[in-house]
Design a protein around this ligand. Structure first.
Ligand SMILES: Nc1ncnc2c1ncn2[C@@H]1O[C@H](COP(=O)(O)OP(=O)(O)OP(=O)(O)O)[C@@H](O)[C@H]1O
Ligand SMILES: [Mg+2]
Length: 370
């Protein structure tokens, strides 16, 4: 656990970069710092590895003040990743990744084996080992940066806008890989970003900083979206925070119906449904939609011209946001719920889905808590 206790940083000239900040970054979890530019996020991050020493207050790692430790020794246990990766331009990818293992005296062979293993972990082809940073794309450079920070297997990782210099598609890939990696590695991560969507996707806890180095709120993404502490946080999260909140409401709480789900071999004379019918095959896989008033006079349902199914959602694992998205994109206005094997469990319309959403409770107490 990383603990900030009343941390203030005042630079010569009077800028207050951090103003009496107290917070905790739990072990094995991702804590994200977001907020206005100049709000003190980078400064806060750097007090952890002593690149910045507070004017007053303390930063503790597992209960021990970081100022009791020599910076070099402290930093060996703390990986650091920055924007544009910060790679050494004159060293190969492999040697960049092996920087810390070399520094701490591993032999060359062991350090290089470790670097190769990490390249695979972060999704880099082994053939890239001998290239130089300028021969890589921005996304590949960021991967090298992450691999380098992981090389000495530090329990703590500090990441300062590590994915912000790449395009949105690569960025989403890096985020997904980062979450997969964290699932295996369980590092204590402090991650700085400007992007509230990135914060919500990656953070177990989100700390919002405001100009003047003030921590305004620290909460889980769900609670931040449901109960922003003040107008500043609400404004920062954005006007569609209601929609974003739906990402945390499980679709399993929405009522499903299978009344209008019919097999393709159903004779049309026997169809009593009005409105849209979802036609499924013998294995209950969705084939398409047909409107009851557009059915042919005879034959089987499957012979009718079907409208495409549209996106489906997983009734167990998806959120109401995904389900609503599916409903909006469906020709029938109804979303098709499937199970893990792709079989239809039922359908829900937009009304059913929104009924699953409870209004956010008002903020009970001060939003800033430990
Ligand atoms: N070495 C320094 N000397 C003087 N002032 C500094 C120094 N480093 C940072 N500051 C000031 O401290 C404040 C906080 O800066 P910091 O870099 O922590 O903000 P940030 O939240 O990371 O901003 P950004 O989102 O733009 O990266 C800013 O006003 C900045 O100008
Ligand atoms: Mg910064």
């Amino acid at each position: 656990m990383i603990t900030f206790e009343g941390v203030t940083k005042r630079y010569p000239g009077g800028t207050v970069a951090l103003d009496d900040v107290s917070l905790e970054c739990p072990t094995g979890r991702i804590t994200v710092f977001v907020g206005t530019s100049g709000g003190g996020k980078t400064t806060a991050l750097r007090t952890i590895n002593r690149m910045v020493d507070p004017t007053s207050g303390r930063v503790l790692i597992d209960g021990r003040d970081v100022r009791e430790r020599r910076p070099a020794e402290l930093r060996r246990g703390i990986g650091y990743v920055i924007q544009h990766a910060g790679l050494f331009p004159h060293r190969t990818v492999l040697d960049n990744i092996a920087t810390v293992p070399y520094l701490v005296g591993w032999n060359k062979k062991k350090a290089r084996e470790r670097a190769l293993e990490l390249m695979e972990r972060v999704g880099l082809e082994p053939a890239m080992a001998k290239r130089y940073p300028f021969q890589l794309s921005g996304g590949q450079q960021q991967r090298v940066g992450v691999a380098r920070a992981l090389a000495a297997d530090p329990p703590i990782m500090l990441m300062d806008e590590p994915f912000s210099a790449v395009d949105p598609v690569v960025r989403a890939e890096l985020q997904d890989e980062f979450l997969r990696l964290q699932d295996e590695l369980h590092k204590t991560i402090v991650f700085v970003t400007h992007d509230i969507d990135e914060a919500i996707k990656l953070g177990d806890r989100i700390a919002v900083f405001r100009t003047g180095g003030r921590l305004v709120q620290i909460d889980s993404p769900e609670d931040l979206l449901a109960r922003p502490a003040d107008d500043f946080v609400a404004g920062f999260i954005g006007r569609d925070r209601g929609i974003r909140r739906l990402s945390f409401v499980p679709a399993s709480s929405a009522p499903l119906t299978d009344r209008d789900v019919l097999p393709a071999d159903t004779p049309v004379e026997r169809v009593t449904a009005v409105g849209w019918i979802l036609v499924v095959d013998a294995g209950r896989r969705p084939l398409g939609w047909v409107s009851a008033d557009a059915l042919p006079a005879s034959g089987a349902l499957g012979d009718a011209r079907l409208a495409p199914v549209g996106p489906t959602f997983d009734a167990e694992t998806d959120s109401v946001r995904a389900a609503l998205d599916a409903a909006i994109l469906s020709p029938s206005g109804r979303a098709v719920a499937v199970d893990g094997s792709g079989q239809v469990v039922g359908v829900a319309d937009q009304h059913d889905l929104t009924a699953a959403i409870r209004p956010a409770a008002p903020l009970a107490k001060d939003g800033v808590s430990g």
